[in-house]
Design a protein around this ligand. Structure first.
Ligand code: HEM
Length: 550
C-alpha cells in the first residue's frame, strides 16, 4: 500500500518504508559502535542535547558569540555542541583557551575540513586549508618571513623608517585628500567605501608593489565583495555542518563561489604579470620573493617538505585577503567609537598635538609616546570584538582538556568575544573605556591588561599580520594630525553605549563642508555580531570638520 511519507518524495510502499527504517537503525547502531571509547580517568564532554539532523542549531541561533557565551555559564569553559551532524567543541575562558592554544598548541593547531573553505584559493589557502602539519608550517614560515622583510625594508624615502610606514603614511594622506574631494563633489561620503580601498592599497603595496586609484573599478568591486564573503565564512555556512544541504541550490553559496573565482582571477593576473617580468636581481615585493623562493628550492635537493609552487606563490592570496578586510573593519569601528565618544576624541587629539605637534606625520616609533592612542586601539579590539571567533581549529590527535576527552579531528570554536567580555576579567565589560588599559598615572600602557585582549588568536595559528594590524591603526588615527585638522565631531546625547547598541544603531553621518550639510545613513559592518539590543531611534551625528588641506 503506497503511503505519502514525505510529500516531495511521492508515494512510498510499506516494504520501502520498512527498508528505510531498518537502514536508519543499522546506521545508528554502527555509529554507536564506532563511537570512540572514552579513556579511563577522563570524562565525556558536557553540553546541550542535540536534536536529530540539525543538532543544536536552534540554540546557537544567529548570534553564536552570545548564545555560546551563555552556554559556557551553564556547561563550563569546555563543552560540546552539535551543529547539524558535526560535533563541535567550544572553548571559552582565558585560562582554558591559553592552555589549549599555547600549552597544548600542537594538538589544537589543525583546521577542520569544511565544505565552504574548500573553495577559498581553490582549496590551497594557508589559513583555511587542511594542509598536513609539515606543509602548513613551511608555508607559514615563508609567509611570516616575507611579510617581515617587506614591512621592515627601507622604503624609497629616508623620511620613513621602513616601507610599511611609508605606504601607510602616504595612503593616510591620500585618504584625507580623497575625503576632501568627495566632500566637495558629492557633499557626503560613506567612510568604509574609502577606508577599504586605502587599506587594500597598503597591502597591495607590500604584496604586489603597486597601488590603485580609488576609482579603479576592478579593485573597488573586489574589496566591496568582502562583506558577502565574510557572511559565509564568518557566521558559519549551514552546508559545512549539514552535508545534505549541499545538494540544494543556495543563492548565498552561488554568490560565495563567484566571489572566490573573481578574487582568484584578480590575484592570478597579478602573479602571472610578476612571472613575466621577474628579475632575480630585483625582488620588488612579496610576490617576487615567493617566486624567487620556488626557483631557489628547485636548486635545493635537500628540501624535505614538498610544497608545490602553486601553494608557495598562493600565499599572497592569504596575505591580501586576510589583510585588507580585517584592518578596514577595525578602522570602521574606530570611526564609530570616535563619533560616539567625542570626549575621548578630544583627548586623543590633545595627546597627538602635545607629543608630535602639527608639523609632521607620526611615525611607528612614536607609539610608545602615545599611550592613550594605544589604549584606544586595545579598547576597540576588546569592546567591538569584531572577530568574535578565530578561524575554526581542529584537533590533530586524541587529546584532553580540563579532564574531558576530545577525539582527533574534532572541530573547535574559540570564543574570543567571551574572553573580551568576561566579567571575571574586566570591570564593566560592556562599557567602552580606553583608560582601563592605562597605568594609574595615565602615562603608560598597563601591559598585563593589554595582553588579556583576544583578537588575533593565540599560539601556533596566531595571526601572522598582528603587528601590521596594530600599526595601520596607529597611523590612520595619527594621520589626522598631518597638517589637516580633520576632526570628527560627534554631536549627540552623550551616554555610555555598549558596542551592541552602537552596532544596531543606524548612525547618521552629518557631514558638513563650508556651506552645505548633507546627512547620510551608515550602518557599521559586522553589526550582525552585536544584535541583541535594538535602538534604532538613536541617531548620532558625525561631523567631519574642515577637510581643508593646510
Ligand atoms: C586588525 C587586523 C587583524 C585581525 C583582528 C586578525 C585576526 C586574525 C585571527 C583571529 C586569525 C585566526 C587565528 C586562529 O585561527 O587562531 C587570523 C589568522 C591569520 N591572519 Fe590575521 N588579522 C588581522 C590582520 C591580518 C593581516 C594584516 C594579515 C596579513 C597581511 C593577516 C594574515 C593572517 C593569516 C595568513 C592568518 C592564518 C594563520 C594560520 O592559519 O596559520 N591578518 N587573523
Amino acid at each position: 500500500m503506497p503511503l505519502t511519507v514525505v510529500p516531495v518524495l511521492g508515494p512510498i510502499s510499506v516494504s520501502e518504508s520498512l527498508v528505510a527504517i531498518i537502514t536508519i537503525c543499522v546506521v545508528y547502531l554502527l555509529m554507536r559502535l564506532m563511537r570512540t571509547k572514552i579513556p579511563d580517568g577522563l570524562q565525556k564532554l558536557p553540553g546541550p542535547k542535540p536534536l536529530p539532523i540539525i543538532g543544536n542549531v536552534l540554540e546557537v541561533g544567529s548570534n553564536p558569540h552570545l548564545s555560546l557565551t551563555a552556554m559556557s555559564k551553564c556547561y563550563g569553559p569546555v563543552f560540546q555542541i552539535q551543529i547539524g551532524t558535526r560535533p563541535v567543541v567550544v572553548l571559552s575562558g582565558n585560562e582554558v583557551i591559553r592552555q589549549a592554544l599555547i600549552k597544548q598548541g600542537e594538538e589544537f593547531s589543525g583546521r577542520p575540513d569544511l565544505y565552504s573553505t574548500r573553495f577559498i584559493s581553490d582549496g590551497k589557502s594557508l589559513a583555511f586549508s587542511t594542509d598536513q602539519v609539515g606543509v602548513w608550517r613551511a608555508r607559514r614560515k615563508l609567509a611570516l618571513s616575507a611579510l617581515r622583510t617587506f614591512s621592515t625594508v627601507q622604503g624609497e624615502s629616508s623620511e620613513y623608517s621602513c616601507a610599511l610606514e611609508e605606504h601607510i603614511s602616504k595612503e593616510g594622506l591620500y585618504l584625507i585628500q580623497r575625503l576632501h574631494s568627495v566632500m566637495k563633489s558629492d557633499g557626503s561620503f560613506d567612510p568604509f567605501r574609502h577606508i577599504v580601498v586605502s587599506v587594500a592599497n597598503v597591502i597591495c603595496g607590500i604584496c604586489f608593489g603597486r597601488r590603485y586609484s580609488h576609482d579603479d573599478d576592478e579593485l573597488v568591486g573586489l574589496v566591496n565583495l568582502s562583506d558577502e564573503f565574510g557572511k559565509i565564512v564568518g557566521s558559519g555556512n549551514p552546508a559545512d555542518f549539514i552535508p545534505l544541504l549541499r545538494i540544494f541550490p543556495s543563492a548565498s553559496m552561488k554568490k560565495y563561489l563567484a566571489i572566490n573565482t573573481r578574487f582568484s582571477k584578480f590575484i592570478q593576473k597579478i602573479v602571472s604579470d610578476h612571472y613575466d617580468t621577474f628579475d632575480k636581481n630585483n625582488i620588488r615585493d612579496i610576490t617576487d620573493s615567493l617566486i624567487d623562493h620556488c626557483e631557489d628550492r628547485k636548486l635545493d635537493e635537500n628540501s624535505n617538505v614538498q610544497v608545490s609552487d602553486e601553494k608557495i606563490v598562493g600565499i599572497v592570496n592569504d596575505l591580501f585577503g586576510a589583510g585588507f578586510d580585517t584592518i578596514s573593519t577595525a578602522l570602521s569601528w574606530a570611526v564609530v567609537y570616535l563619533v560616539a565618544y567625542p570626549e575621548i576624541q578630544e583627548r586623543l587629539q590633545a595627546e597627538l598635538k602635545e607629543k608630535i605637534g602639527m608639523d609632521r606625520t607620526p611615525r611607528l616609533s612614536d607609539r610608545t609616546d602615545l599611550p592613550l592612542l594605544e589604549a584606544f586601539i586595545l579598547e576597540i579590539f576588546r569592546h567591538s570584538s569584531f572577530l568574535p571567533f578565530t578561524i575554526p581549529h581542529c584537533t590533530s590527535k586524541d587529546t584532553s582538556l580540563n579532564g574531558y576527552f576530545i577525539p582527533r579531528d574534532t572541530c573547535v570554536f574559540i570564543n574570543q568575544w567571551q574572553v573580551n567580555h568576561d566579567p571575571e576579567l574586566w570591570k564593566d565589560p560592556s562599557c567602552f573605556n580606553p583608560d582601563r588599559f592605562l597605568s594609574a598615572d595615565g602615562t603608560d600602557i598597563n601591559k598585563p591588561e593589554g595582553e588579556k585582549v583576544l583578537v588575533f588568536g593565540l599560539g601556533k595559528r596566531r595571526c601572522i599580520g598582528e603587528s601590521i594590524g596594530r600599526e595601520v591603526e596607529v597611523q590612520r588615527d595619527a594621520g589626522r594630525n598631518a597638517g589637516h585638522d580633520t576632526r570628527i565631531r560627534a554631536d549627540h546625547e552623550a551616554q555610555a553605549l555598549s558596542a551592541t547598541s552602537l552596532a544596531t544603531t543606524r548612525i547618521r553621518l552629518l557631514i558638513r563642508s563650508e556651506s552645505e550639510s548633507v546627512a547620510i545613513l551608515w550602518k557599521p559592518r559586522d553589526a550582525k555580531y552585536l544584535k541583541d539590543v535594538s535602538s534604532d531611534s538613536q541617531f548620532y551625528q558625525f561631523w567631519c570638520q574642515s577637510f581643508q588641506p593646510s
